[in-house]
Design a protein. Structure first.
Length: 206
């Protein structure tokens, strides 16, 4: 049983979607980042960066336990472990679009959310800078998805799994999906996958 430490955010949901897609059994530990639980000394032993998500796999490589942080690395690990969603044939395309999410989509949309929502007094410079960058990234994805069913090509992969929960927050970064028809088609197709719906509902927060 894999232990998943997560919260109701896009980076956390990437991993719950992947676990659902792979059919791996897992136990959810909700880490309330609003209450600072990510800085608890015991949690920092698993994730020294003090963020979610993290996993502990008691059956890691060669049967030894493995603790991991960084959602992109966790997706690659789970793909290697199960042989799913990271085909050898298309490996470098998939990794390229995964890194595009990790280095572009995640940090830029995250900053847009911070300036547009999290701050009490909106800072126009920040909202404009990261809002424009978010729209530019949607343009890159839209052109890619015009000619490809998925970000990494013809097959659904960890690059799509990593990007979907961020696009699901399009209203937060004030992007109208109607203006990006190919992203919308991709978004609807992925959202219709039962494993994605289950992964997006993790963790259940009452
Ligand atoms: N690069 C990290 C980013 C993780 C991250 O930023 N997680 C956020 C939630 S989406 C978090 O834990 N924030 C709490 C904090 O910064 O204190 C990853 O992909 O795992």
């Amino acid at each position: 049983m894999i232990e998943l430490y997560t919260w109701s955010t896009p980076n956390g949901r990437k991993v719950s979607i992947m676990l659902e897609e792979c059919g791996l059994p897992y136990r959810v530990h909700a880490i309330n980042i609003g209450k600072g639980e990510q800085f608890a000394p015991d949690y920092l032993k698993i994730n020294p960066n003090g963020k979610i998500p993290s996993i502990v796999d008691p059956q890691g490589p060669e049967g030894s336990p493995l603790a991991m942080m960084e959602s992109g690395a966790i997706l690659i690990y789970l793909a290697d472990k199960t042989g799913q969603f990271l085909s050898q044939k298309n490996k470098y395309q998939i990794l390229q679009w995964l890194m595009f999410q990790m280095g572009g989509v995640g940090p830029m949309f995250g900053q847009a959310h911070h300036f547009m929502r999290a701050k009490k007094d909106e800072v126009p410079y920040g909202s404009e800078r990261y809002g424009n960058e978010a729209k530019r990234l949607y343009g890159v994805m839209d052109r890619r998805l015009e000619k490809n069913a998925f970000l990494s090509g013809s097959d659904y992969s960890i690059a799509d799994i990593a990007t979907y929960p961020w696009v699901a927050r399009h209203e937060w970064h004030r992007v109208d999906l109607g203006a990006f028809a190919h992203v919308k088609r991709w978004f609807d197709a992925i959202g219709a996958r039962p494993a994605v719906a289950r992964g997006m509902a993790v963790p259940q927060v009452t």
